[in-house]
Ligand binder design. Structure first.
Ligand code: CMP
Length: 139
């Protein structure tokens, strides 16, 4: 089925001017960028977005990292987009990411791993509505 997923190009990638190269990976692999927004998250926004991880030992460092520079939030649309985007990104830890994936090519560490992608249909719907109004999503 055609799905939507929420992607974030993280501060390590915007800092290195990799937005275009990452967008090319999405498009080359059959995902359409149906919405895109560059923003600098506040601490409150980053904490709210990652609330599901608030009990994890890496939470504070994750929030600090996510507010360390601009991010690009995007809605990606395509056949099986949620799983497809996870394949395009590669494993969370770049040391385990398959060749050709975004994280294998660009990520610096498990924290500075260049991209976020929704991990389920429920998360995708919730994360998309965190950043975008329906009128901003054009597939
Ligand atoms: P992301 O998909 O954005 O979801 C949570 C993020 O926490 C994850 O990618 C990583 O960038 C970050 N993170 C930092 N340390 C860890 C860790 N030990 N395990 C999992 N995620 C981590």
């Amino acid at each position: 089925a055609i799905e939507r997923t929420l992607s974030i190009i993280k501060p390590d990638a915007t800092r290195r001017n990799l937005t275009g190269k990452i967008n090319a990976k999405f498009e080359e692999n059959g995902l359409m960028i149906a919405a895109t927004k560059r923003l600098h998250l506040t601490r409150a926004q980053a904490e709210a977005f990652y609330a599901v991880h608030s009990a994890r030992p890496f939470f504070n460092d994750l929030v600090e990292f996510m507010i360390s520079g601009p991010v690009v939030a995007q809605v990606l649309v395509g056949e099986g987009a949620i799983l497809k985007n996870r394949d395009i990104m590669g494993a969370t830890n770049p040391a385990n990411a398959a060749p050709g994936t975004i994280r294998a090519e660009f990520a610096e560490s498990i924290e500075a791993n260049s991209v976020h992608g929704s991990d389920s249909a429920e998360a995708a719907a919730q994360e998309i509505s965190f950043f975008f109004a329906e009128i901003e999503i054009v597939a």
